[in-house]
Ligand binder design. Structure first.
Ligand SMILES: Nc1ncnc2c1ncn2[C@@H]1O[C@H](COP(=O)(O)OP(=O)(O)OP(=O)(O)O)[C@@H](O)[C@H]1O
Length: 332
């Protein structure tokens, strides 16, 4: 059985009258990567700070490695935690290698790791240069090296790919996969959704401090009931004459099919000799994110009734509405 590295139970955080987090519950298992998504001000950084013990909860319980992160004993656990803050800043007059040595000392990590990590993030060539001469991407890479120090068991990464070029982004995810394989638990918070989904086990979507969705992408897809898109090549002219397939054609020329009808439709498509290619695409993380956010807004009455009528599938709206209402019921 996998043990929980992070446990949050009905956690709320208020800043005066502002509810930054409202009844958040989470169990993060060993070796699990959670994607934490949400609009600006949704509460993502606050949640990370609570896990780190930087912020106190207003109510609810938090336990990291089985301990309250605010407790005196929690300092011992901090060397097992890596944190990349959203806005990474360093002592600018120090060189890259000096910065990492400094953090290595703070974390009681052997100095030998410093060179390895600088190599990993592609900064070996610039390690003797003062950080004030670094580009934004180089600072971000140094921030990642700092977060990876000491082979952390828990990594909290706030917007880790901001400022990274495509190659560095790919290398970053490669490192994340490597740490995960070695058992690290990771919370990865990002506004850049494309490319994230194959690296996370579960996603939590925050809106206005509430968790409006949590689950694996398969679970979120099932719950949202968004259509699968089937695109065919070579038989497009025949699709509209087919009594079954014609009912699924939408304006983009693709077949929009609910998951449970996918196989029936695919079998029918395969009957055509002229078929030269077929692609099947499930809802992306970005589409799921948009779906849950817009439905949360519907429930909160931020969208007009006419907007609700304009949504393609009333059954979906109802399902999501029930789900979100249920979540809010737990939260209230
Ligand atoms: N120390 C603080 N004092 C007062 N309000 C705060 C404080 N920290 C955060 N907040 C408020 O709490 C809410 C959540 O902020 P948080 O930084 O957690 O959002 P976020 O999801 O990380 O946003 P972003 O994507 O913009 O970084 C915001 O309304 C923010 O203004």
């Amino acid at each position: 059985m996998t043990s929980s590295i992070v446990t949050m139970t009905n956690v709320s955080k208020h800043f005066q009258r502002l509810k930054a987090l409202n009844n958040i519950s989470l169990e993060l298992a060993e070796g699990e990567v959670l994607g934490l998504f949400g609009h600006n001000g949704a509460g993502k950084t606050t949640m990370m700070k609570i896990i780190l013990g930087i912020e106190k909860t207003s109510s609810g319980d938090v336990s990291i490695f089985g301990r309250d992160p605010q407790s005196k004993q929690a300092w011992q656990d901090r060397r097992h935690i890596g944190y990349l803050p959203e806005n990474v800043s360093f002592y600018d007059h120090l060189t890259g290698v000096e910065v990492l040595r400094y953090f290595a000392k703070l974390k009681s990590v052997p100095r030998t790791q410093v060179a390895e990590l600088l190599e990993l993030v592609g900064l070996t060539h610039a390690m003797q240069r003062q950080v004030k001469t670094y580009s934004k991407g180089m600072r971000q890479r140094l921030g990642l090296a700092q977060a990876f120090l000491g082979e952390p068991k828990l990594l909290l990464l706030d917007e880790p790919t901001v400022g990274l070029d495509p190659t560095a982004t790919q290398e970053f995810y490669h490192s994340v996969d490597g740490l995960k394989k070695r058992g690290a638990s990771i919370i990865l918070c990002s506004h850049v959704l494309p490319g994230v989904e194959q690296h996370i086990e579960r996603a939590m979507i925050l809106s206005g401090g509430q968790a409006i969705a949590i689950g694996s992408l398969a679970q979120l897809r099932e719950q949202a009931n968004l259509p699968v898109m089937i695109q065919t090549q070579g038989i497009n002219a025949q699709l509209s004459d087919d009594p079954l397939l014609a009912t699924f054609i939408k304006g983009d020329g693709c077949l929009h099919v609910q998951e449970h009808e996918k196989m029936r439709v695919l079998k029918q498509v395969m009957e055509y000799d002229g078929l030269t290619d077929v692609s099947v695409e499930s809802a992306s993380l970005e589409q799921l994110y948009q779906y849950y956010l817009s439905h949360a807004a519907v429930i909160k009455g931020k969208l007009s009734a006419s907007c609700i009528q304009g949504l393609s599938n009333d059954a979906n709206v109802t399902t999501a509405a029930r789900t979100i209402k249920r979540n809010e019921g737990v939260a209230s």
